[in-house]
Write a protein that binds this ligand. Structure first.
Ligand SMILES: NC(=O)C1=CN([C@@H]2O[C@H](COP(=O)(O)OP(=O)(O)OC[C@H]3O[C@@H](n4cnc5c(N)ncnc54)[C@H](O)[C@@H]3O)[C@@H](O)[C@H]2O)C=CC1
Ligand SMILES: O=C(O)[C@H]1O[C@H](OP(=O)(O)OP(=O)(O)OC[C@H]2O[C@@H](n3ccc(=O)[nH]c3=O)[C@H](O)[C@@H]2O)[C@H](O)[C@@H](O)[C@@H]1O
Length: 464
């Protein structure tokens, strides 16, 4: 079966870049990305490709190449579903904020809306692909909704989780470690649907890197992969605290441990805590699933990854207060970096939000600079926590568009995102314009201690 028309529901950080790369690599397939968010779709269609809503190195060039050729962005969800042979569901699946499973389970409300909309609109057979990260066995719920419409349309449901990381999304999509496709391996129709999706990826990914499994393994592998990755960060961050007490250096420990080929060197960078929209939500979801099967030891084991991460953020903020003579009340603290990692404008669950909130509770004045995050996003992130009024957040937090300005007259600087440009700053100039003693807290192990201490900074780095 050759796919001619693809629809992707959800034009976010996954739907946008993923479909842009499919459109780039498969010019013979029409790819339409749809979303109910009109502003987002308008931004994807902005004449100036630099204004697309997702910042990812290399993405705007691909959008420029494919848009209006075979890549389209639209709010007409029904029309795109109707036309498509294959529909990717790439909508958000955040942690539930209400009802049963509040604070743990994934909220599948948007997934269900999509399934019902497909069921209502579809007139011919469709392959429905789960691109969103979903709890294991969601495909059964989707099947239930899709197969009970009584209009005779036949559906195949595939699971095709996405493993891209923000900031390197294009690289990850163009050259993935693996593509995972789960489906109904028991029936010829199921196998045919899986082959149709394999064929699409095979346009640019070697077949040996395309893995096919049953649908449950695929769904569960995605949660497992994120849990393993986050666990490595929490493991090295746990060691960072012990390093600080013992004179060991967490970077040296990470290098020594990572050179064991069974461990490997990646994802051992100690930090102020992992952020991003997925690690926490996916682990909480895994914990919830384990608990729902009565597997309490399994649940407790994974929950510790989150507890360690919360501890890491809290202890970094607490250390700032302690070092600044046990009070930051009325003191100006510069926050360098608001995104959850470099090379993205995404701030979801960024450690910077929680550290700022902690310092605001201690009555600090905060001045934020991030090269890609807009002022309104910073306020929206703080308001979302509901810790204080929106008015107070605006009066106590200033967002500036210049790193030097944010550090001027400050008592301390906290580096919270590892943006490359922070390494190149004129740190002597920054020091000269700060109050003394000038404190510099590196939550990313981005800066060199020796040169900063030579300038005169009181320097603190995670795990050293
Ligand atoms: N952000 C990431 O790096 C990764 C995310 N994922 C998973 O991919 C999924 C999507 O994540 P993001 O793209 O980051 O989310 P996002 O929030 O950036 O985008 C989701 C989009 O879906 C739209 N949407 C929701 N319901 C809709 C409906 N009924 N009809 C049309 N549009 C609808 C929203 O308006 C939003 O624009 C999640 O399940 C996430 O766990 C997986 C791998 C990486
Ligand atoms: O499901 C998802 O959403 C995605 O989640 C992560 O990708 P992402 O969150 O975009 O970015 P990562 O590079 O994994 O970083 C996550 C957080 O961990 C932190 N981190 C990462 C690595 C490290 O060694 N140390 C560390 O503190 C980062 O700074 C960041 O805050 C996974 O890496 C992707 O494979 C997955 O597809």
């Amino acid at each position: 079966m050759k796919i001619k028309n693809i629809c992707c529901i959800g034009a976010g950080y996954v739907g946008g870049p993923t479909m842009a790369v499919i459109a780039q690599k498969c010019p013979e397939i029409n790819v339409t990305v749809v979303d109910i968010n009109e502003k987002r779709i308008a931004a994807w269609n902005d004449e100036d490709v630099e204004n697309i809503p997702v910042y990812e190195p290399g993405l705007s060039a691909i959008v420029k190449e494919a848009r209006s050729r075979n890549l389209f962005f639209s709010t007409d969800v029904d029309a795109a579903i109707d036309k498509a042979d294959m529909i990717f569901i790439s909508v958000n699946t955040p942690t539930k904020t209400y009802g049963i499973g509040k604070g743990m389970a994934a909220d599948l409300k948007w997934i269900e809306i999509c399934a019902r909309q497909i069921a209502r609109v579809a007139k011919n057979d469709k392959i429905v692909v789960e691109k969103s990260t979903l709890p294991v066995r969601t495909a059964a719920a989707l099947r239930d909704i899709l197969d009970n419409t009584g209009n005779g349309v036949k559906y195949q449901i595939l699971s095709n989780p996405e493993f891209l990381a923000e900031g390197t999304a294009i690289q990850d999509l163009q050259n993935p470690d693996r593509v995972l496709i789960g489906g109904d391996v028991e029936t010829p129709e199921g196998k045919e649907a899986m082959e149709a999706l394999v064929d699409i990826y095979a346009s640019w990914v070697s077949k040996t890197n395309i893995l096919t499994t049953n649908v449950w393994s695929s769904e569960l592998s995605k949660l497992t992969a994120n849990a393993f990755l986050a666990q490595r960060v929490s493991s090295i961050n746990a060691m960072s605290e012990l390093c600080e007490k013992t004179g060991a250096d967490v970077n040296e420990v990470a290098k020594a441990v990572g050179m064991d080929s069974r461990v490997g060197p990646k994802f051992l960078q100690s930090s102020v805590g992992f952020g991003g929209s997925c690690f926490q939500k996916d682990i909480l979801n895994l914990v919830y699933i384990a608990k729902s099967f009565g597997l309490n030891e399994v649940a407790d084991y994974w929950e510790q990854v989150i507890k360690m991460n919360d501890h890491q953020k809290r202890r970094f903020a607490a250390n700032i207060v302690k070092t600044l003579f046990n009070t930051v009340s009325g003191k100006k603290i510069a926050v360098l970096g608001w995104a959850f990692k470099k090379d993205t404008n995404d701030t979801r669950e960024s450690a910077a939000i929680y550290i700022t909130d902690y310092l605001l509770n201690e009555q600090a004045e905060i001045v934020v600079y991030d090269p890609k995050v807009k002022e309104e996003q910073v306020y929206a992130d703080l308001d979302y926590l509901n810790t204080r009024s929106s008015k107070e957040n605006r009066s106590r937090v200033t967002v500036v568009n210049d790193a030097y300005k944010s550090c001027e007259d400050s008592h301390a600087i906290a580096v919270l995102t590892e943006w490359d440009e922070f390494k190149q700053l004129d740190w002597r100039k920054i020091y000269n314009n700060m109050l003394k003693p000038a404190f510099l807290f590196d939550g990313r192990r981005l800066l060199e201690r020796k040169t900063k201490e030579e300038i005169g900074f009181e320097f603190y780095a995670i795990g050293n």
